[in-house]
Every structure is written in C-alpha cells, then in structure tokens.
Design a protein around this ligand. Sequence first.
Ligand code: NDP
Length: 264
Amino acid sequence: MSKLFAIFGDPVAHSRSPLMHNSVFKNLNYKACYTRVHLTDGSKLRETFFSLGLSGANITVPHKEEAFKACDEVRGFAKNIGVVNTIINENGKLIGYNTDADGFMEAVKEFGQIKTILIIGAGGTAKALANRFIQENIKVTVLNRSKDRLTYFEELKCACHTWDDFETQKYDLVVNTTSAGLKEEILPCPLALVEKILNNTSFAADAIYGKLTPFLKLASAKNITYKDGADMLLNQGILANELFVNRELPRDEIKLYMQRSFEL
Ligand code: NDP
C-alpha cells in the first residue's frame, strides 16, 4: 500500500519539501506521496496527522515546539532541545526527531572551522542550532527582538542580548534564524545593527531559502561569503527521508534525486 507523508506549517505554500521527497519516491519507485498541510492551530497537529492517515511528516514554522508535545516519544538530539521537525508513525505512536541541526552543520562545513557564531533569533531553529554548536565547542551569542525566549539560551550559557543591550563583537559566522525576510522584505534587526554585525563577521547564513533575504542582500553588498537555507533544507530532508523509508533507500540516491528537485 502507498504511504502518505506531509509537511505542516503556516505559511506552507512556499515549502519545497513536497517536491524534494516526491522526487525521491518517484525516481526510486518507493510507493509513497508527500503533500502539504496548512495548519494554523499547532495544537491540532496530532489529530490532523491521524485523520489524514499519515506515515510521517515534517513540521515547519511555527509548529516545531508544538510538534514535540504531540509526540509519544522523542528520540536523539530532539530530546535535548524540545524541537521536532520530523515525525514518524510507528505502529500508531508518534516518534519525533530533529534533523535541522545536523542539516545545518553539514551545510556550513564549507566555511571551514568556525569558533564563534552569532545567532539572530531565538525560536525553534535557533534552539536546535545553539545546542548543536555548543556540542562542537563553538562560542554562541544569541540576539533576539524580545527578551522572553532568551531565558532558554541563558541556561545553555550562551551570551544573550536583545537589540537594546547588544554590543557587536567579531564572529566567524552570523546566522539569521528569524522568519524576518520570509514573507516581507524586512531585516531581522534594525539596519544600523545589521550593518555593524556584518562588518564584523567572516561568513553569513540564513535559514530562509528560495530567495535572497534583505539580510543576505546586505551581506552580498558587503562582499561577505554567504549562503541561504537551501543546503540546510537539502541536508535535513535527506536525513528525514531516511527516517521515512526506514533507511531502506541508499543515502547517495536520496541526495541525488533531492538535489535534482531543486532544478524543478
Ligand atoms: P519560530 O517561530 O520558532 O521563531 C521565530 C523567531 O523569529 C523568534 O525568535 C522571533 O522573535 C523572530 N522573529 C519573527 N519575526 C521577526 C521580525 N519581524 N523581526 C525580528 N525577529 C522576528 O521559527 P523557526 O525557528 O521554526 O523558523 C525560523 C525561520 O527558519 C523560518 O523562516 C523557517 O522557514 C526557517 N527554517 C529553514 C529551514 C531550512 O531547512 N532551511 C529549517 C528550519 C527553519 P520573538 O521571540 O521576538 O518573537
């Protein structure tokens, strides 16, 4: 019987995940289809998952923390961070994973050794990345618009700031994990601050993909080597697909067909 997978998010129309996963399923003759679900109320994730008869799902903005709560069991790195982006239906039980952080680490390998990182934003993606960077002994600073979400990062022993009390230092990499720039043409923090940050960083990255965000446009204008979230998306997708097919398909081939879907 054919399996059904989906991505949940709000917004979700922009997501490339259906193309990526369907490209793998189609080319490797795996009997499955991947669709998208526009979910506004994250607390409805579990019931919607079951009512659609899904075998697995990805979860995107802003429901990844709600997805953690929806699971019966959470495995691996996701357990440390309370953020789930992949759910597998294992005999009627929802098992949660996080593939974003490993996906991002793989994506920034090309920047060489990174010792200091500034994360802009303090949502689910920021949590995943901060935890992963700390595992690698990278010094992490977090800058967020509002104070509340910083408590989590203070406990992780990251240097934490809001726009008001931030003093720029030198960073190897600055990464925008806010959703600023996703729908609207806006920067993740005030222009003067972004200018200062970019003048003091070697590399810039954005979790947003499929467009050049105002943040990356500014990095590009300053001749800073940058990358958008496409490779992070590809790498997290490969890891999620391996979970969907229970590692029945070879990773090289998953990668090949996912990469090809980016040309569609
Ligand atoms: P969350 O909703 O969990 O967090 C959003 C964060 O962005 C919060 O810190 C919030 O600040 C901040 N923010 C939102 N709007 C603004 C704004 N206008 N100005 C400044 N800060 C703002 O989102 P996620 O962490 O799940 O996702 C964040 C982004 O990363 C999304 O664009 C998503 O598409 C992208 N992403 C890409 C992936 C990829 O594979 N390439 C994987 C995962 C995510 P506050 O606390 O003040 O509200």
